[in-house]
Design a binder for this molecule. Structure first.
Ligand code: ZN
Length: 369
């Protein structure tokens, strides 16, 4: 496990490579992004918007998938107010909401004045799939990622919406090469999106769940999506993506941070705060890959020029061993687990290549310096 000399990202992150100079591929991507003509990219997006505007009669021009988080509020703001599209906001419901998550979604609908639909899958099926993903791959949120893409594709088809606007293109951010992705992407990318999966969905489910329960987990027929000519783009391809700035925009539309301040292990109090099952999911990243929320938070600050590495190292070392206790009981209850059952499952996923025991506590063999 090595760390980037410029940010603090380790090379255990899938897709990240550290070069001979000790700089990671994301930092190199950030360098490359500085050479992009963003005005030109903005014009390209305007062209796309003009080409689809009104194509759907009196219906919607675009779908923005929204969690109610700061980035999705920025996406709705951009597509509606900057590019003048008729936006349908589509939300995949959180299973255990936070108060802030509910308030932020309501503020977004009210203050950005958009139509909104919510897809909420039945809890019993979701519980089964989450537990399966937790035990089999140590990735409890596996199913959420799946629903986001397939349910949004289904909504686009159902409402004849010609454009879907996602936020940041994670494949570009972490895959390394910004030039590779000079094309804006297609709906097929949307339904092929299988980033960082340990296992295919069908393989995970096997025949343990009745197919009739899986409508929103299953992608629509590729041929239908192709025929409908739905474009799927990442706003991050056209706008420099800066979560701190998105936060400032979101606040103008009533977005509030977590009332009680940052969760355990978190540095900021306004990222991913809409639901309660995600924290433990993210913490699994720590035992598998040796980093989680604090590293993610400070890396974004470094990449966007808000923080020096020295400060980031201090923050990560102070926070990363904290366990997200706040929503632990919710997590246990939702998955019908006892605490010792949880720890038995979790410790199976501990990566012993990067962790060892010091005074009977798990520590990284190579601490961040
Ligand atoms: Zn880096």
């Amino acid at each position: 496990m090595r760390y980037c000399k410029r940010c603090v990202l380790p090379d255990t992150k899938p897709g990240v490579v550290i070069d001979e100079s000790g700089i990671c591929s994301v930092c190199r991507t950030v360098e490359a992004k500085k050479t992009i003509d963003w005005q030109r990219r903005d014009l390209q997006l305007r062209e796309i918007c003009n080409s689809i505007k009104g194509r759907n009669g009196h219906g919607y021009d675009c779908i923005v998938p929204v969690s109610g988080g700061k980035d999705s509020i920025y996406q709705v703001h951009a597509m509606k107010n900057i590019y003048g599209l008729r936006v349908l906001a589509v939300n995949i419901s959180a299973h255990i909401h936070t108060v802030e998550g509910i308030l932020n979604l309501n503020s977004m609908i009210e203050n950005l004045d958009v139509d909104f639909i919510k897809v909420a899958v039945r809890p019993s099926t979701h519980r089964k799939i989450r537990k399966m993903a937790l035990i089999k791959v140590g990735n409890p949120n596996f199913a959420e990622h799946r629903i986001v893409f397939s349910a949004v594709a289904r909504a686009a088809l159902f409402y004849n919406v010609p454009l879907v606007v996602w936020g940041e293109d994670i494949a570009v951010e972490f895959g390394g090469n910004v030039d590779k992705k000079s094309e804006p992407g297609s709906a097929e990318d949307m339904i092929n999106n299988d980033l960082f999966r340990e296992i295919g969905f069908e393989e995970l489910i096997g025949d343990e769940i009745n197919q009739n329960e899986l409508f929103f987990y299953k992608n629509p027929e590729k041929s239908l999506v192709k025929k409908a000519n739905i474009k799927s783009i990442y706003l991050g391809h056209y706008h420099w993506w800066d979560g701190t700035k998105n936060y400032e925009v979101a606040k103008k539309y009533g977005f509030i941070p977590r009332k009680e301040g940052p969760l355990s292990g978190n540095y900021i109090d306004y990222d991913n705060i809409d639901e309660r099952l995600c924290e433990i999911h993210l913490w699994f990243k720590f035992i598998k890959l040796g980093f989680w929320r604090p590293t993610d938070h400070v890396c974004y600050k470094i990449w966007n020029g808000y923080m020096e590495r020295e400060e980031a190292v201090e923050i990560v070392n102070k926070l990363q061993y904290d366990f997200p206790t706040e929503y632990f009981q919710d997590f246990l209850d939702f998955h019908d687990l006892k605490e010792d059952e949880f720890w038995d499952i979790a410790e199976k996923w501990r990566n012993k290549e990067i962790f060892h025991k010091v005074n009977n506590e798990w520590r990284l063999k190579n601490e961040l310096r």
